[in-house]
Write a protein that binds this ligand. Structure first.
Ligand code: ADP
Length: 241
């Protein structure tokens, strides 16, 4: 299987406390990998390490089969991110989407075409000229996702992107991410505390607890017959988190 992101023995401590020790972590092309587990389990830490947003204390990380390097702009441009808070730039929705394409040297005609196409996909065409930060939270998050997708990332890192959203916007984000993953063959890493979302959207599941990967594998298999009692307790809703 093609693994655009792979890591071995990633370790991270904060203030002398080990918060993550992940023996193995991989993302498969064309699949959503959900990172689930109780609060404080290390999900965000693992995601940020794999994305190169934090540096591990030790371990090996590979992007596209080569050792990761934060200075490797060409590799970093193949990665995309969406966080819990949209973090849009000041300026219009159009400008937010055009920005990444300008950085990549595209001409204004092509930029306009791509922005319009993507705004249509996310259902926000009418907001193109509006100041992005004046939109509702759900709309802003759709803009943030569109801004990421428009650059055509091969790997997308999502950290609780729907945590603050109402059901229609949750549904929109889920459909956009899973559709993009399927159609473009992208690898998606998705941190979620919502096991139902993980079941709806992911093909692979990584269950973390207390800074360790307890169990990882295909979502349908883990949901039906997880090997570890803690995984079963979490996936069945018995474990309070
Ligand atoms: P999760 O995403 O599963 O809720 P996190 O990865 O956010 O867990 O956090 C794992 C542990 O690491 C928590 O105990 C958290 O308090 C700690 N932690 C995370 N980031 C930092 C940081 N920048 N400084 C200190 N502690 C941190």
């Amino acid at each position: 299987m093609n693994h655009p992101v792979a890591a071995v023995d990633l370790r991270k401590s904060y203030n002398g406390r080990l918060v993550l020790a992940a023996d193995e972590f991989r993302l498969a092309a064309g699949q959503v990998t959900a990172l689930v587990g109780p609060s404080g389990a290390g999900k965000t830490t693992l995601l940020r390490l794999a994305a190169g947003l934090e540096t591990p204390d030790s371990g090996e990380l590979y992007w596209f089969g080569r050792p990761s390097n934060a200075a490797d702009l060409a590799a970093r441009r193949r990665l995309g991110f969406v966080f819990q808070m949209p973090r849009l730039f000041s300026g219009t929705v159009y400008e937010n989407l055009a920005y990444g394409l300008r950085l990549r040297g595209l001409g204004e005609g092509e930029i306009r075409e791509r922005v319009e196409r993507l705004l249509q996909q996310v259902g926000l065409s009418e907001f193109s000229a509006q100041v992005a930060r004046s939109l509702s939270g759900g709309e802003q998050q759709r803009v943030a996702l569109a801004r990421t997708l428009i650059t055509g990332p091969e790997v997308i890192f999502l950290d609780e992107p729907t945590a603050n959203l109402d059901p229609p916007n949750v549904k929109a984000i889920e459909e956009l991410v899973t559709g993009y993953c399927r159609e473009q063959g992208a690898a998606v890493a998705w941190v979620t505390h919502n096991i139902f979302q993980a079941r709806r959207c992911s093909q692979q599941l990584v269950f973390l607890a207390e800074g360790r990967v307890v169990e990882a594998g295909p979502t349908h298999r883990l949901v039906q017959e997880a090997a570890e009692a803690r995984t079963r307790a979490f996936l069945s809703g018995e474990m309070i988190y």
